[in-house]
Design a protein around this ligand. Structure first.
Ligand SMILES: NC(=O)c1ccc[n+]([C@@H]2O[C@H](COP(=O)([O-])OP(=O)(O)OC[C@H]3O[C@@H](n4cnc5c(N)ncnc54)[C@H](O)[C@@H]3O)[C@@H](O)[C@H]2O)c1
Length: 270
């Protein structure tokens, strides 16, 4: 069912790798709600070719951009405005990658070149996107930028490794740039802190499927799906959330405020 929530809105969607990606679901729902957008991903991710299927389905163009390259991002942001015929109303930053996680390097024995890459790809890329959009006046007044985060920014989840530090930085950039962009032209910037979700990035974390089950039993509403996350993103791009900015918004079925659940206590019953 569509309500035309994003009718007439133009945007850029980063991070649709395959049909499990949160960004993929956002693209499908944003399209159904009337948005027009450009899809983008790292050149290496394009090789899989799946994004072209999404582009066809959502009647959108694809522009490759490595989110760590200022040159690629500047080109993307200017081309997207040309293709869409005006300034941008929304941007989804759905990007995360840690070489330390991928290669099984423990947090206490981190490879610092990889650590820098984790920060650059997963957090500083948001600063770069915002800075280029800000300085080139690419966003419409009352536009909206959403990035995806995880509760490891606030609480310790040992196997999340250096991604926890990246998410803390991502949320800090959201607050600080949110202030600047709000002052400049009422652009809002928020993060959504999503439940663990079975995607390519998610399942790269050690012990992920056990962790999904744990979170499911700890959350009164159960884990939020990728589709539910996409619905939430779309509300934040819509005009119904105009005064929400600089926030980290938990979208986790209540996990973040649950100390312990009866289901988890029962597992310790003698
Ligand atoms: N899956 C989860 O459990 C979960 C939970 C909370 C938050 N998140 C966050 O959601 C976001 C999306 O992840 P997902 O779970 O949909 O997984 P995903 O693997 O489908 O998406 C991650 C995306 O990042 C892209 N990417 C990596 N390096 C890039 C670069 N240099 N330039 C441009 N793009 C690059 C990948 O190509 C991919 O499309 C990430 O920020 C992730 O940390 C995921």
């Amino acid at each position: 069912m569509s309500n035309g929530l994003l009718k007439g809105k133009r945007g850029i969607i980063f991070g649709a790798l395959n049909n499990m990606s949160i960004a993929w679901k956002v693209a499908e729902i944003a399209h159904a709600e009337g948005a027009e957008f450009v899809l983008t991903n790292a050149p290496i991710a394009m090789r899989m070719g799946e994004i072209n299927e999404l582009a066809e389905k959502t009647n959108s163009k694809v522009i490759a951009a490595d989110a760590t390259s200022e040159e690629d991002l500047a080109n993307l942001i200017s081309q997207a405005q040309e293709i869409l015929g005006g300034k941008l109303d929304f941007i989804l930053h759905s990007i995360g990658m840690s070489p330390n996680v991928r290669k099984g390097k423990h947090y206490t024995d981190t490879n610092y070149d990889w650590y820098h890459k984790t920060m650059d790809i997963s957090a500083i890329s948001l600063h770069k996107v915002l800075s280029i959009a800000y300085n080139s006046n690419a966003m419409s007044d009352w536009g909206s930028v959403v990035a995806l985060s995880y509760i490891a920014a606030q609480r310790v989840f040992p196997d999340y490794n250096d991604m926890a530090d990246a998410k803390a930085l991502l949320e800090s950039i959201t607050r600080n740039f949110g202030y600047q962009f709000g002052k400049k032209n009422k652009v809002r910037v928020n993060t959504i802190s999503q439940s663990p979700t079975m995607t390519t990035a998610g399942s790269g974390v050690k012990g992920f499927s056990e962790f999904v089950s744990f979170a499911e039993e700890m959350s009164p509403l159960g884990n939020a799906s990728a589709e539910a996350c996409a619905n939430y993103c779309v509300t934040l791009f819509s005009d119904f959330t105009k005064y929400v900015t600089m926030q980290n918004l938990f979208h986790d079925g209540g996990f973040s405020y649950t100390g312990v659940s009866q289901e988890v206590i029962n597992k310790f019953a003698k």
